[in-house]
Design a protein around this ligand. Sequence first.
Ligand code: ADP
Length: 202
Amino acid sequence: MTTKSTNITWHGADVTQEERQNILGQKGAVVWLTGLSASGKSTIARRAEQLLLERGVTVYVLDGDNIRFGLNKDLGFSPADRTENIRRIGEVAKLFADACTITLTAFISPYRADRDRVREIMPAGTFVECYVNASVELCEQRDPKGLYKKARAGQIPEFTGISAPYEAPAAAELELVTGDLSVDQAAMAIIDYLVKNGFIKA
Ligand code: ADP
C-alpha cells in the first residue's frame, strides 16, 4: 500500500530500544500463530498469555474475530481483504513489539506472502512464525464454532481448508502439532523458545 500523506516524519522515542528493554526486562517479539480454523491458535495463545502473565511478562494477544469487530471491520474474506487484514495486523503487532510487549497473534493468515511481508517489516529475529499444525480432518472433528459444518453446507464461502487455500509455512521457527501436544505443552514450547532466544528471562 502506498503512503497517501506527504510532509510526515517518523518520530522515534527519546529512550533507545536497548534502554527500554533493560528497564522492562524483556524484549518485544511477535509470535505469529498460523494454521487452519480450529487448529488451536486462540487456545494456545490464551494459555501462553496466562502462563507468561503469571511470570510477570508483559504480553498481549491479538485475535482474529476481535480485530474484525473494530480495526478491520471494513474487511471481508476475499484474497485482497485477507491480505489487507494481515497487513494491518502486522503493523499493529509491530508497534506492540516495539513497546517490548510479547505479542501473540492468532490469525489463520493463509497466504505465505502475507506472513512474509510481516516478517520483512519486523526487526530481524523478532518475528517468530509458529505453525499450529492440525489436519483438516482433525479441525473438522473439533469444529468448536460449527464453522466447518456451515462451510460444508455451502453457507460460508471461501472457507480456508474447504473452499479457500491454506499455504503452510516453509520454515517456521516453531511447529506445534496439536494432535500430539496438549494445550499446556504447546504453550510451554512457545515460552521455551522465548527464553532460549533471550526475549524473556528464564
Ligand atoms: P483457532 O484459533 O485455531 O481457530 P481454537 O483455539 O479456537 O482454534 O479452537 C481449537 C479447539 O481445539 C478448541 O476447542 C480446543 O479446546 C481444542 N483442542 C484440543 N486439543 C488441542 C490442543 N492440543 N491445542 C489446542 N487446541 C486443542
